[in-house]
Design a protein around this ligand. Structure first.
Ligand SMILES: CC(C)(COP(=O)(O)OP(=O)(O)OC[C@H]1O[C@@H](n2cnc3c(N)ncnc32)[C@H](O)[C@@H]1OP(=O)(O)O)[C@@H](O)C(=O)NCCC(=O)NCCS
Length: 178
């Protein structure tokens, strides 16, 4: 069994792209992709990215900010792009964006995005294990990295795992706006 590396990793090292053609079985009676099927693919592409970054088995712990901005039609081609934004102790946040175009490559549009949180587990798939840090390089990667600390606090407050007064990054952001 090879040993996991906890050295910092670049975002590009675990970036994952997945492409799907929308078939009749994927759609609702209006001929649009079912939201639940899209969420399944989002979960899979994010899990693959999280697995690459952590070099571990991962489980989905939380999903945030999922919304459906543009319908995806039967016969469209979708591309899901997943990247790690930040690693914490045993969890990582993955950002996923979904783009669609028709089968001829026309009518390109951005349809959807979300943040997924995964927890890395040991080889027995039971106990959370430490994850390697993320090295954000581009300005977009740095912005996602900084925002991840606030998003984590918000989801832990909403899950009842920390108290609002412990959300120091978020409180600081609101204080800066006053
Ligand atoms: C996710 C899970 C492993 C966490 O277990 P736990 O006993 O709460 O473990 P811990 O308290 O040590 O927390 C582990 C990490 O999970 C994070 N976490 C737990 N609940 C969370 C939530 N609701 N939102 C975001 N992160 C969460 C913690 O913040 C911690 O991350 P950190 O170490 O980076 O700070 C456990 O709840 C689980 O197995 N859930 C089911 C996962 C699953 O089946 N997913 C598929 C959904 S169908």
């Amino acid at each position: 069994m090879s040993k996991r590396s906890l050295d910092p990793k670049k975002v590009s090292e675990s970036r994952t792209v997945m492409t799907e053609l929308i078939m009749p079985n994927d759609t609702n009676p209006m001929g649009n992709l079912m939201g639940g099927y899209l969420m399944r693919w989002m979960d899979i592409v994010c899990a693959i990215s999280a697995g690459k970054h952590t070099e571990a088995h991962v489980v989905t712990a939380a999903v945030d900010h999922i919304s459906f901005q543009n319908p995806i039609k039967l016969g469209d081609v979708i591309t899901l792009e997943a990247s790690v934004t930040r690693a914490f102790n045993t969890s990582v946040e993955i950002y996923v964006e979904v783009f669609a175009n028709d089968v001829k490559g026309q009518n390109a549009r951005r349809c959807n995005h979300a943040y997924f949180t995964f927890v890395a587990l040991d080889d027995k798939k039971r106990t959370p294990v430490q994850v390697p840090p993320v090295l954000p390089l581009s300005s977009e990667e740095q912005s996602l990295y900084e925002g991840a600390a606030r998003r984590r606090e918000m989801r832990l407050v909403l899950a009842g795992r920390i108290k609002p007064k412990e959300a120091t990054e978020t409180r600081k952001m609101f204080a800066d706006l006053e």
